[in-house]
Design a protein around this ligand. Structure first.
Ligand SMILES: Cc1ncc(COP(=O)(O)O)c(C=O)c1O
Length: 405
């Protein structure tokens, strides 16, 4: 009889890797726990408390007995609040049966890919990208087609690059605006150029991840591709959530709006995996969307001040150059000028990973390498932390860089 000593893993799980930001965060926390003085700039979540009225809504829901299984596609109240939000802020109309609620935007994105991709189907992912997109595509048997979008295009996908990347096997284009990690935001004109390309390729669907839509520094209105090109509504999935806008990452509520057959398929997958999202979280998310929005503007003002300071300080470091991001709460400086320099022990910084490791070990600042986001040599620094931590971190980065040979 064969004795099984190890449970074999699936080809699916072997294709994918853990989220680099979660790995880096765990590493920073381990070092902190060992007593090292670490400033952690890897974090992808607001550092503010969830506004009190949103917390109160969760508590009230529990007290009112909302502690049971929920509808797979989300409570009617939350879906109504989402439909109203989409009409009010994005200028798009969706019925309640065209909206689904998941355990974070992450689950909605994953479910949509799981519901639509087959072996060899291609998904266009502009780089730099949020680390999870390519791995989600791989986990769902698809093939990510990474299109490098460099600094000269503002880290944005151009119509020409999109046109070139489309093949008969392309199923989706994933657009994240404002972007994690660069903060790049597609203006209405830029979005129209992309939707024009999609109009010429009816087999390609569009998934937009709008999770940072309210963290934008130019004061402009949100830009929804469906408002710009209504004929794309039948093949567009809008994905959004409350995590970043309302400092609700732990509530785990995200949502998708799109054509009924796709939403139905997403619901089937969700019904066989996690079922409906948490009852008290959905009550809190509804309160967030329906209630006082002043937190959103206050948080944006704070992020803006931090962004300005971080960009100024980073550009003062020899070897680093940093564009000013339009949105989100990250900066994505180039470290091209540090590549090739040597650490005191003679080790050469060959990649942005080496630079990130050097800053962690020598400056006590945890950042992520651009390679994880698909475009090197860059670093991603989160500015969802206090101004004083940002200033101290940049001071340490400068000091450490000056010690390089
Ligand atoms: C671009 C992007 N999309 C989605 C998510 C996940 O959001 P949620 O908390 O709603 O799952 C993140 C979180 O870091 C993100 O940066």
């Amino acid at each position: 009889m064969t004795v099984v000593t190890e449970i074999p893993l699936s080809p699916r799980v072997k294709r994918i890797k853990p989220s680099p930001s979660m790995v880096a965060r765990m590493r920073a926390q381990e070092l902190k726990a060992q007593g090292h003085d670490i400033i952690d700039l890897t974090v992808g979540e607001p550092d503010f408390d969830t506004p009190a009225h949103i917390q109160a809504a969760a508590t009230a829901a529990m007290a009112a007995g909302e502690t049971r299984y929920t509808p797979v596609n989300g409570t009617p109240r939350l879906r109504k609040a989402i439909a109203a939000k989409l009409a009010r802020e994005n200028g798009v109309t969706y019925g309640l049966d065209q909206i689904t609620v998941g355990t974070g935007a992450k689950q909605v994105l994953f479910n949509a890919l799981a519901a639509t991709l087959g072996e060899g189907d291609e998904v266009i992912v502009p780089a730099p990208f949020w680390v999870s997109y390519p791995d989600m595509v791989l986990a769902c048997d698809g093939t990510p087609v990474i299109v490098a979008c460099g600094e000269n295009s503002g880290f944005k996908l151009t119509a020409e690059a999109l046109e070139q990347a489309i093949t008969p096997k392309t199923r989706w284009l994933i657009l994240n605006t404002p972007s994690n990690p660069t903060g790049a935001f597609y203006s209405a004109t830029e979005m129209k150029a992309l939707t024009d390309v999609l109009m010429r390729h009816p087999h390609v669907a569009l998934m937009t991840d709008d999770i940072y839509e309210h963290i934008r520094f130019d004061g402009g209105e949100p830009v929804s591709p469906v408002a710009i090109e209504p004929r794309l509504a039948g093949r567009t999935l809008l994905v959004n959530g409350v995590s970043k806008t309302y400092a609700m990452t732990g509530f785990r509520i995200g949502y998708g709006a799109g054509p009924k057959p796709l939403i139905g398929a997403i619901n089937v997958i969700q019904s066989q995996t996690t079922s409906g999202a948490a009852s008290m979280s959905m009550a809190a998310a509804a309160a967030a969307l329906e209630g006082d929005q002043s937190f959103v503007a206050e948080a944006r003002t704070a992020y803006r001040a931090r962004r300005d300071r971080a960009v100024e300080l980073l550009n003062g470091i020899d070897g680093i150059t940093c564009q000013t991001p339009d949105g989100a709460f990250y900066v994505y400086p180039s470290v091209a000028g540090l590549i090739g320099r040597k650490r005191a022990d003679g080790r050469e910084l060959k990649t942005d990973f080496d630079v990130a490791l050097f800053f962690l070990e020598e400056a006590g600042v945890a950042v992520l390498d651009g390679a994880a986001y698909g475009l090197s040599p860059y670093l991603r620094l989160s500015i969802a932390t206090s101004l004083s931590d940002i200033e101290e971190a940049c001071t340490r980065l400068k000091r450490a860089s000056q010690a390089l040979n």
